[in-house]
Design a protein around this ligand. Structure first.
Ligand SMILES: Cc1cc2nc3c(=O)[nH]c(=O)nc-3n(C[C@H](O)[C@H](O)[C@H](O)COP(=O)(O)OP(=O)(O)OC[C@H]3O[C@@H](n4cnc5c(N)ncnc54)[C@H](O)[C@@H]3O)c2cc1C
Length: 483
């Protein structure tokens, strides 16, 4: 195998369908299922895209010598890191940043784990090789991954072990010579329309003994017996791309994952029963930094899209001379430059981690991933404020060609666009800001990296501020010396 093309992606999903349930039914073929197939088609198109931009998006596999996706690379130099960032930006641009869980995101996590695999041998001899082998399989077969980290939202005041029943959160039910058996649930997995799932340590595990059965990291196929995905209702209304330009394309889906005595063979296990190592895994291997590097590249593409969209709205209806309109567009531009600066700083200040993997600098990456969840909802609000009634007043394709076609042509023109240009633009703005698809995007951007409240508590804990406190202390001391 080597880097895949779209038709191979679709073919594999037909042959190895993930076990998805949607609106009360098991989906037999996700590649033809209304409400789901648009996302599958976009996922597939990303694989064609990598061949269309081969020089940027592919590199030569260190094991097979074949062309494989650049997002699997374990960079050793800054040049490789910057090249990777450019490719991730280009690929995110292709989806307007609207497929948050394009495979690049978890490819980066697995590349980090594989590059720093020695860390996993601290847990058990052989886990490092398990990870290296899995990463190679992932790269050479070019599979797509979903992942699930957190536990069902039942009682957040209690740990997993203290819930009403021990098997509400997914836990080890049995340990066998050939592997382990998992029972329970995890919440959420975005992109269940993929080949495999990585089930990794969840949010902070508290007690070494009590939480040990919940401490594991493994990856298995999405059609493993006993594994099923309960999808939320689709945000793709099943309409054409004129009416629903984003939702018809980029429904990546979110699902709760059920494990009903799911068997996981040892060769697919990377972490097991070590609470301290599970808690440390994402930071010690650099996985969180690698994932956030992909995210900042994606967020640059997404902000570029919002800047272009908002500017076109302004231009269309001639509101550019109003001061608050200029201020709103400026805010989006500043957000874009901020994200670009974070990416630049993270790549330019990169250095090898303790396992020799070139790793973006953590501080700018951490600032970027903590800031964007607050910026995105504000930019969406700007699109709503600028588009105003235009966002809810737009007719569908059927209307444009229907009995009121002449009236639509006349009354939907704008200062600088005729109705045929203006309607698709405003429908795109509606789908970005107001549709079910748009609302889910805003929710996604706020929560997907974790709860922003707890994330900022971690920022408070993790970043040493002593030098700045000392500077103020010095200043105060000088003032006191004066009297
Ligand atoms: C669209 C979407 C896609 C997602 N995709 C994925 C995915 O692919 N894989 C994955 O693993 N996860 C995914 N997530 C889950 C995401 O990681 C969580 O939403 C996030 O970590 C917050 O956890 P929670 O939703 O369980 O909120 P909860 O922990 O239930 O929090 C609910 C509320 O209570 C507050 N709260 C709870 N506990 C505390 C506390 N200890 N201190 C302070 N406040 C607290 C929170 O601030 C919040 O306001 C996704 C989420 C969304 C919305």
């Amino acid at each position: 195998m080597s880097a895949r093309r779209g038709k191979e992606v679709v073919q594999r999903l037909k042959e190895h369908p993930p076990t998805l349930y949607h609106r009360g039914q098991k989906i037999e073929d996700i590649t033809t299922e209304p409400g789901i197939m648009g996302g599958v088609a976009s996922l597939a198109s990303l694989y064609d895209h990598q061949w269309e931009h081969e020089a940027v998006s592919l590199f030569t596999s260190p094991s097979s010598g074949k062309k494989v996706g650049i997002t699997h690379i374990i960079p050793k130099t800054k040049e490789e890191l910057v090249r990777l960032g450019d490719a991730m930006h280009l690929r995110a641009e292709f989806t307007q940043g609207m497929m948050g869980r394009m495979p690049d995101y978890l490819n980066r996590a697995m590349a980090a784990y594989a590059g720093s695999a020695e860390f996993l041998d601290k847990n058990r001899d052989g886990f490092a090789d398990n990870m290296r082998n899995y990463h190679e399989q992932l790269r050479e077969n070019d599979w797509s991954l979903t992942h699930t980290l957190i536990n069902p939202q039942i009682n957040r005041a209690a740990s997993m072990a203290q819930q009403k029943e021990p098997f509400l959160a997914a836990r080890v039910k049995e340990e066998r010579d050939d592997g382990i058996v998992i029972k329970g649930a995890r919440m959420l997995a975005t992109l269940p329309i993929s080949d495999e799932i990585m089930v990794f340590p969840s949010t902070l595990l508290r007690s070494p003994e009590e939480d040990a059965p919940y401490a594991f990291g493994f990856a298995i196929p999405n059609n493993t017996p006993g594994l099923s995905f309960q999808c939320r209702e689709t945000v793709d209304y099943g309409r054409n791309q004129y009416d629903h330009p984003l939702g018809s394309r980029y429904e990546e889906m979110d699902a709760v994952v059920f494990f009903d005595d799911v068997f996981v063979p040892w060769e697919r296990i990377f972490l097991y029963r070590d609470v301290a190592l599970c808690n440390e895994a994402y930071s010690a291997t650099g996985a969180v930094i690698y994932m956030a590097h992909q995210v900042v590249c994606k967020n640059i593409a997404k902000t570029e899209f919002l800047l272009g969209l908002a500017s076109l709205l302004v231009d269309s209806i001639g509101i550019e001379k109003f001061q608050h309109v200029q201020d709103k567009i400026s805010q989006i531009w500043i957000n874009l430059e901020t994200m670009k600066a974070f990416r630049f700083a993270a790549e330019q200040q990169a250095g090898p981690n303790e396992y020799g993997v070139m790793t973006p600098a953590f501080d700018p990456i951490d600032a970027a991933r903590n800031l964007y969840p607050h910026l995105y909802p504000k930019m969406i609000e700007i699109v709503r404020q600028l588009g105003a009634s235009g966002l809810v007043a737009m007719p569908t394709a059927a209307d444009v060609h229907g009995p009121l076609a002449d009236e639509i042509e006349r009354y939907y023109q704008s200062a600088r666009q005729d109705a045929h240009e203006r309607i698709p633009l405003f429908r795109l703005a509606w789908d970005t800001a107001l549709s079910a698809f748009g609302a889910r995007q805003t929710h996604y951007e706020y929560y997907f990296f974790g709860d922003p409240v707890r994330m900022s508590m971690a920022v408070f804990r993790n970043h040493d501020r002593t030098q700045y406190m000392d500077t103020v202390r010095d200043f105060l001391a000088r003032s006191v010396d004066e009297v």
